[in-house]
Ligand binder design. Structure first.
Ligand SMILES: Cc1ncc(COP(=O)(O)O)c(C=O)c1O
Length: 451
């Protein structure tokens, strides 16, 4: 263990020898022992075997209360019976992939459009990253412009168009306070592509308008979440989204709301509906597949009609709208995510937010807490909620890491594995789950203020 290893690590190491062994072997097959870099954390990831409801179990047979819920994709609850039944029936009676369109996808599309009026037409993809990639391509084709604006700190998938200034890790690289720099997050991103992605601050209309003016008639779309996530939860300030809509219209730019994470989590349907602002295009993912790989992009009919075969914007995919995912998604949306269930999830999320704030105050620890719908986040060392990524970045990440490891060691996964992730309450979480998370956090917070 290095000298920077926090005291919370020793219990974690004691409890997880099996994960360590699998990690060592897996590292010979997968870079870092994982298949998505976000699953890796120090000292090594926990290898999970199964889940049920709000719980998951690892290879050492430790049980965890899970508040990560696969980064918001599993908020129906692990192995939710309604979804298991739909999948079982689909696999046993009909098949997983027929190489042709099926009624299941149509049934899910109808349910989605009923709940989200902005989704006049849509196309299914397999991942949120594909959905945002196609939405950007479509916006470029419609406007005949190449540049796009995204927000600093926002994640929209790992493709070249949008993996720019997702998590710039040094202030020196971030560019000016006034206008962030466009920094590719990955080596291998062509400079020519990176240059087309301009970066603004969320909640900062001056910054956005500056870019719109400076690059007038060059910008195809503003791509943003209505509530920025993956920087912790950062809600829009009053009036911000309405003004963003106005600016997009004024400059002839499409407004794309990426609701892969917020959709059906931050709100009972799409989060933009909370604010009364409609996008031109929207992307969805995670919840809509009921725990299977499914996402979508869609929006105004006149725009979606530009997609092949009726238009000329190409969209393909062997597994697109596969009936297995469509059946799981349909069960999730219609049988699990009722308004009542969502209200209950949001109430538990409020309880968690309040409880964490209280135990932090009692321990004399400064934290800011943000929460919308079934999601929320904690920023150590901040005394007020951040307005954008750059403010969120000031949070104490070392303390976050101690909290994370300390919670894991107490059988609670409080978050996805990074300071900028969020908690998610599922349809199968209980009051007791939330109370345990508050109590375990309180114990850690008291320790943090002692040493
Ligand atoms: C807001 C947002 N957009 C897009 C994506 C990419 O989705 P996927 O991981 O399904 O490609 C994510 C993933 O976390 C996300 O949070």
């Amino acid at each position: 263990m290095s000298t920077s290893t926090p005291p919370e690590a020793s219990k974690f190491l004691e409890r997880t020898p099996g994960s360590r062994r699998v990690f060592e072997e897996a590292s010979r097959y997968f870079p870092g022992g994982v298949n998505s870099a976000i699953q890796y954390f120090r000292p090594y990831p926990i290898y999970m075997v199964k889940g049920y409801g709000s719980r998951v179990w690892d290879v050492d047979e430790n049980e965890y209360i899970d508040f990560c819920m696969a980064y918001g994709a599993m908020t129906a609850g692990h192995r939710n019976p309604a979804i298991v039944e739909a999948i079982r029936e689909q696999v046993a009676e009909k098949g997983t992939l027929l190489g042709a369109p099926t009624p299941e996808a149509l049934a899910l599309a109808k349910e989605l459009r009923k709940r989200i009026p902005a989704l006049e037409m849509l196309r299914f993809t397999n991942s949120g990253g594909e959905a945002t990639m196609y939405a950007v391509r479509l916006a470029r084709a419609i406007t005949k412009r190449d540049k796009i604006i995204k927000m600093e700190g926002a994640y929209h998938g790992a493709h070249d168009y949008l993996l720019i200034s997702d998590k710039p890790s040094k202030y020196a690289l971030m560019g000016s306070q006034h206008v962030p720099a466009s920094i590719p997050d990955s080596e291998g991103t062509p400079e020519a592509v990176a240059k087309l992605t301009l970066v603004a601050h969320f909640n900062d209309l001056d910054c956005i308008e500056y870019l719109l003016k400076k690059h007038e008639n060059e910008i195809a779309a503003i791509v943003t979440e209505p509530i920025q996530t993956n920087s912790g939860v950062i809600p829009p300030e009053a009036g911000y989204l309405k003004e963003l809509r106005r600016l997009a219209d004024y400059y002839g730019v499409l407004l794309i709301f990426d609701e892969v994470k917020t959709g059906f989590n931050a709100a009972p349907t799409a989060a933009h509906q909370l604010y009364g602002v409609e996008p031109d295009l929207i992307t969805l993912g995670k919840v809509i597949g009921g725990g299977t790989p499914l996402a979508a992009f869609g929006g105004k009919e006149e725009y979606m009609e530009e997609i092949t075969p009726i238009g000329r914007v190409v969209h393909y995919g062997t597994y697109n709208a596969n009936p297995l995912s469509a059946a799981a998604g349909l069960a999730c949306i219609t049988k699990v995510f009722t308004e009542d269930t969502h209200r209950r999830m949001a109430e538990l999320s409020v309880k968690l937010a309040k409880g964490l704030k209280e135990v932090a105050q009692d321990a004399g620890l400064t934290v800011a807490i943000t929460q919308v719908g079934n999601m929320g986040s904690i920023f150590f060392g901040l005394d007020r909620a951040p307005r954008n990524f750059r403010e969120a970045y000031r949070a104490d990440k070392k303390l976050w890491y101690r909290w994370w490891l300390g919670m894991l060691a107490q059988g609670i996964i409080p978050y996805g594995g990074a300071w900028f992730e969020e908690w998610f309450i599922s349809a199968m979480h209980t009051e007791e789950d939330v109370e345990k998370a508050i109590e375990a956090s309180g114990e850690l917070f008291r320790r943090f203020t002692r040493h």
